[in-house]
Design a protein around this ligand. Structure first.
Ligand SMILES: Cc1cc2nc3c(=O)[nH]c(=O)nc-3n(C[C@H](O)[C@H](O)[C@H](O)COP(=O)(O)O)c2cc1C
Length: 200
């Protein structure tokens, strides 16, 4: 049985292209692994807070010194991390928002990037602690970043890949529906991206 974690980050609902693409990836995973169990982490419905000093103080302090409030903050972050630990396959909807990921997703990374949980430092530098996981990134954008002249602005997918590589996840497939604001491309981009999804 495969545990699938679907991380949704678009603030849009029905109109969201990245949700459609991410959902299509999940559907194809379900078609391949018929007993797959899907867990949705919808970051637009349940906002992860922006990182404040109190969170940083908590995440960088030993648990034995926690106040009641700090224990609660840590438990919340640990709950998000547990979903990652339990997943065999992770699907991240990652639309391009102002040349980055939506703030919802960035906040999620701020609460899941924790030493001792998703990575650790050793004499050899950082080491990822999530193992044997497959990641699918469902990327959507108005412009085209996978080729020139805007390839130099391709900052979303490499960032998400880097975060997960830091966590130890290096088996990554990227599905791109780009040019969603460009007439002549926008009409078919999402459909073509969905057709091209390959589950390995
Ligand atoms: C607030 C906002 C910012 C955006 N910024 C960019 C951008 O920097 N580059 C780009 O190519 N498209 C940009 N777009 C277009 C989105 O990437 C595109 O519409 C994508 O499908 C959004 O995903 P969603 O429909 O799941 O929300 C932006 C759209 C919105 C709403």
């Amino acid at each position: 049985m495969k545990n699938i974690l679907h991380i949704i980050s678009s603030p849009r609902a029905e109109l969201s292209a990245s949700r459609k693409l991410g959902n299509a990836v999940v559907e194809k995973i379900k078609a391949k692994y018929t007993d797959a169990v899907i867990k949705e982490r919808d970051l637009a419905k349940d906002h992860v807070p922006f990182l404040e000093e109190k969170h940083i103080n908590t995440f960088f302090s030993p648990a034995e010194n926690y106040s009641e409030e700090q224990s609660e903050m840590s438990r919340y972050s640990e709950g998000l991390i547990a979903e990652l630990q339990e997943a065999d396959i992770i699907v991240v909807d990652s639309p391009m928002y102002n040349l980055s990921v939506p703030a919802t997703l960035r906040a999620y990374f701020d609460f899941t990037s924790r030493a001792g949980y998703t990575f650790k430092y050793s004499e050899n530098g950082p080491q990822g602690l999530l193992q044997n996981k497959k990641l699918y990134i469902a990327f959507t954008s108005g412009n085209i970043y996978s080729e020139d002249p805007y390839q130099i602005f391709d900052s979303n997918v490499p960032y998400v890949k880097n975060i997960f590589s830091f966590y130890g996840v290096s088996d990554v497939s990227v599905v791109r529906a780009e040019g969603l604001s460009i007439p002549g491309i926008m009409e078919t981009s999402l459909e073509k991206a969905i057709e091209g999804i390959h589950i390995d």
